[in-house]
Design a binder for this molecule. Structure first.
Ligand code: AMP
Length: 547
């Protein structure tokens, strides 16, 4: 074959920060710090300090591909580590601080992290795990020297500002194979031990391009972007990279994700774009509703990571006129897979028909291919009705889990054709709009039919008295399983079992209506804000349906 005569330059993460420095050097990066104040910097400064990070990592003697762990909120120092560590050919390992201390230590050891950089809010956690992580040779607190006590110093902690301050800001970003590893994230591990997903420079840069497209997150140099999704979970959905390559202003919320703090940042920093999981966005919306506040310059909101309750989507779109978009993805997909963006032909549909599409998880972005199959692997039709196990493949989809210690040979990954089983169950319609109906493990099989727990939960969440709802399958002698709804009511709400069951009448088929409703004080939520169905089923193990 005749080869094209175009330059063969590797797609590297260091190119993103170099571009931002050269072309958008004065664009702002605002961060709420753990200390409580608002810090202001620019891409120029970020690039300069990222080079100091690269020199500091080399000075510690880390070899290419060695891991640097972070236990940190969204902020400018974390961003410098994103670029400095990966740019220097080492691997940035972001760790979820909401996990149990033993699990954090397990992850650090499994990844063989050699440096850990942490926010001061996690000082206690660091104290608990330091003795358990023998491979870590430097513990760096993300602060200035004045914030560390004498005891902290005596115990060997070093402040980040001293650590990078000792280094030159002159550094030549090395060129290497774009398939080289750039960052590492462990899955939330709701079942069994967490598994390691290792992103490459190429997958990260291609994903950043794709999410910037108008029908994805739609970033521009005129935007002010606030990622509410944490930088410790799937690189904050790739937003820090995509914002940097478009030259957008970046606004980081630090540790404060409550409605009021987020609202204040949006108003003060002219934020045009936010992205987050439904629970965090719900607390912003409740704060704005309760205090009759407008959301200033906000233009687009991406909701994902868990099924978005339609009531939240409606509040954002109808009440606040925002471009609110439901999106789906997962750690193994960097994470973006689909977004519920209408096509041109859908503009002719009725309002309700358009809503039905917006509530779905949406259509794939270029770079992600998907299909649904039955239990035997036979492909199911794209008719919008037939559910199947959802498989994906693409430029930023995992091939196999990373196994640094060699003890997880069975960890799994994609099949020989590159198809990765997401563990989600979905329908896909003729226009390619995908709708998640369940996790494979959560599907309720009643009389041979699959009942969608998500549909039942969404309806419950649209009831004015319901704060949180989860639906699980409970064994039944005749129907195998029947759906049971577990509900947390809003404070002062009075709805009872019969009210909630009556609420389903006419909205779904009779056989899909839950068999029972159980009121509880709380429903277990995991480290990434998702309902832990396995634990809920465990809590309910002594519950039996009356025959
Ligand atoms: P994680 O890898 O921890 O981000 O979790 C990924 C999983 O979250 C997916 O496989 C889905 O089960 C779920 N998920 C993510 N986004 C959505 C969404 N918009 N609707 C329903 N489930 C979602």
């Amino acid at each position: 074959m005749l080869l094209g005569h175009m330059q063969d330059r590797p797609l590297l993460i260091s190119d993103i920060i170099s571009f931002a420095e050269r072309h958008h050097g004065d664009a702002q990066i605002i961060s709420r710090r753990v200390e409580g104040d608002l810090h202001q910097t620019t891409y120029q400064d970020c690039a300069s300090r990222a080079r100091q990070v690269a020199n500091a990592v080399e000075a510690e003697g880390l070899a290419v591909s060695d891991r640097v762990g972070t236990i940190a909120w969204n902020g400018y120092r974390h961003l410098e580590l994103y670029f400095g560590v990966a740019g220097a050919g080492r691997v940035l390992h972001t760790i979820n601080p909401r996990l149990h201390a033993d699990q954090v230590a397990w992850i650090i050891n499994h990844a063989i992290d050699q440096i850990i950089c942490f926010d001061l809010s996690f000082l206690e956690l660091i104290g608990q795990i330091r003795g358990q992580c023998p491979a870590v040779k430097a513990w760096i607190a993300l602060c200035g020297p004045e914030s560390l006590s004498d005891t902290d110093r005596a115990s060997g902690l070093i402040s980040y500002e001293e650590w990078i301050g000792a280094q030159s800001s002159a550094y030549h970003w090395p060129a290497f194979d774009e398939h080289g590893a750039a960052s590492l994230c462990y899955t939330s591990g709701t079942t069994g031990s967490p598994k390691a997903v290792l992103y490459s420079h190429r997958s990260t840069v291609l994903h950043a391009y794709a999410i910037s497209l108008p029908d994805a997150m739609g970033f521009s140099a005129r935007d002010s972007i606030l990622p509410l999704v944490p930088m410790f979970h799937v690189n904050a959905w790739g937003i820090p990279y995509a914002a940097s390559l478009t030259g957008a202003k970046l606004v980081f919320p630090g540790p404060r994700l409550d409605g009021q703090s987020v609202y204040e940042l949006i108003a003060a920093e002219g934020v045009t774009f936010i992205a987050g999981v439904p629970t965090v966005l719900q607390s912003l919306v409740s704060h704005a509703d309760n205090n009759k506040l407008e959301l200033a310059d906000l233009r687009r909101v991406i909701v994902g990571g868990a099924a978005c309750p339609p009531a939240l989507l409606r509040n954002l779109r109808e009440r606040r006129q925002l471009d609110a978009i439901h999106a789906w993805g997962m750690t193994e997909m960097s994470p973006l897979g689909t977004l519920s963006m209408l096509k041109r032909k859908h503009e002719k549909l009725s309002y309700d028909e358009q809503w039905a599409l917006r509530e779905k998880q949406g259509r794939a972005v270029f770079g992600v291919d998907m299909k649904i199959v039955d239990d035997e692997g036979v492909e199911m039709p794209w008719d919008g009705i037939t559910p199947g196990h959802l498989l994906v493949r693409g430029h930023w989809v995992i091939t196999q889990y990373f196994d640094p210690t060699g003890d997880r040979k069975d960890a799994g990954g994609a099949d020989a054709q590159g198809w990765f089983a997401t563990g989600d169950v979905a329908t896909i319609d003729a226009d390619g709009f995908m709708q998640i109906t369940d996790r494979s493990k959560d599907v309720i099989k009643s009389g041979g039919e699959w009942i969608s727990s998500i549909e039942i939960e969404n309806l419950a969440m649209s009831h004015p008295d319901v704060a949180l709802a989860a639906c699980i399958g409970v064994p039944h002698p005749k129907w195998d399983e029947r759906p049971v709804l577990v509900v947390v009511l809003k404070p002062g709400a009075t709805a009872d079992r019969d009210d909630l069951l009556a609420f389903y009448e006419g909205k779904i088929a009779k056989w899909q209506i839950p068999e029972d409703v159980i009121m509880v004080d709380s429903i277990p939520i995991g480290a990434t804000g998702k309902i832990l169905k396995a634990r809920l089923r465990d809590m309910m193990k002594d519950y039996h349906l009356e025959q």
